[in-house]
Design a protein around this ligand. Structure first.
Ligand code: SAM
Length: 281
């Protein structure tokens, strides 16, 4: 493979989340041609480079690294091509890199990103839940109250919710979903791209029963389908509301108020309000 001459800057490179065959050809080219690789863990990235037969200087980097470490990398990328990888998947997605990218952009350094594996996208394409709108929530908090609060904040979002999760916490998170997101379709996508890949769907209660009996190993993405459409208001309730409103409002006002409360058509409600007004006795 020809090694391209790279301009100086920051190259964000996605790496496999399990199956080494998922490394793109362009990722290999850029890893071969760069000057330095910034990574979370030099042992993990070292294994990938060994597998590829690539030898490059590596610098440990995460967003909690001191200013010095970041400054050194920023100075390097002014002169040379610097690659940023994480242990697995797409850097910056629940992984380090955000501060480095912000700072590089602020300084006018060339920044480019090579697409590749990302567990949330793999899970979303696999789970059979709606993909037209989704919201990624990172890792849910580990404490019960905070976890419930986050799910409560997201409960009204009309989108598939996607979270990263770990085996030991899965059942706790499913229990919180059963409580805060009742009736949703849930998916657990586990060990994606690996030998024991699985994607199990069901209600939170069904999945709690399964994973209590078979404690899950490995890496997990947890998804919850969007809330269903709000149930149509009960006709008898609407009639009661309209009659109560008519007790001290004009028909047009009463129809407007009930339309707002129920989402029903104002004109239809007005017609019914007029009928009630003209009832004998
Ligand atoms: N940046 C990575 C990405 O692009 O997916 C995510 C890094 S985050 C620190 C690690 C979490 O991603 C894991 O705890 C798990 O929730 C999810 N994950 C990573 N690889 C996975 C896989 N092969 N199968 C399922 N989930 C995975």
């Amino acid at each position: 493979m020809d090694t391209p001459l790279l301009e100086p800057g920051l190259y964000i490179v996605a790496t496999p989340i399990g199956n080494l065959g998922d490394l793109t050809r362009r990722a290999v080219e850029i890893l071969s041609a760069c000057a330095v690789i910034a990574c979370e863990d030099t042992r993990v990235t070292g294994k990938l480079l060994n597998h590829l037969g690539i030898k490059k200087p590596m610098r440990r980097y995460d967003d909690h690294a001191g200013e010095d470490a970041r400054e050194r990398l920023l100075a390097e990328m002014v002169q040379n091509p610097v690659v940023l990888v994480s242990d697995a998947g797409t850097p910056l997605i629940s992984d380090p890199g955000y501060r480095l990218v912000c700072e590089a952009r602020a300084r006018g350094i060339m920044v480019t990103s090579l697409p590749g594996p990302c567990a949330l996208v793999v899970a979303l394409t696999l789970a059979g839940l709606p993909t037209d709108r989704f919201m990624f929530g990172g890792f849910l908090p580990s404490k019960d109250k905070a976890r419930g609060d986050v799910l409560g904040e997201l409960a009204a979002v009309r989108a598939t919710l996607v979270f990263y999760e770990t085996g030991p916490r899965l059942v706790d998170s499913l229990e919180a979903m059963a409580r805060v997101l009742p009736g949703r379709e849930i998916a657990v996508a586990r060990e994606l791209t690996k030998l024991h890949e699985e994607c199990r769907t069901g209600t939170a209660e069904e999945l709690i029963a399964h994973y209590t009996a078979h404690p899950p190993r490995g890496e997990i993405v947890l998804l919850a389908g969007p809330p269903g459409d709000a149930p149509a208001p009960d006709a008898a309730d609407v009639e009661v509301q309209l009659r109560a409103a008519l007790a001290d409002m004009a028909p047009s006002q009463a129809a407007g108020m009930v339309a707002k409360a129920t989402g029903l058509d104002r004109k239809t409600l007005y017609a019914r309000a007029m009928e009630i007004r003209h009832e004998p006795g």
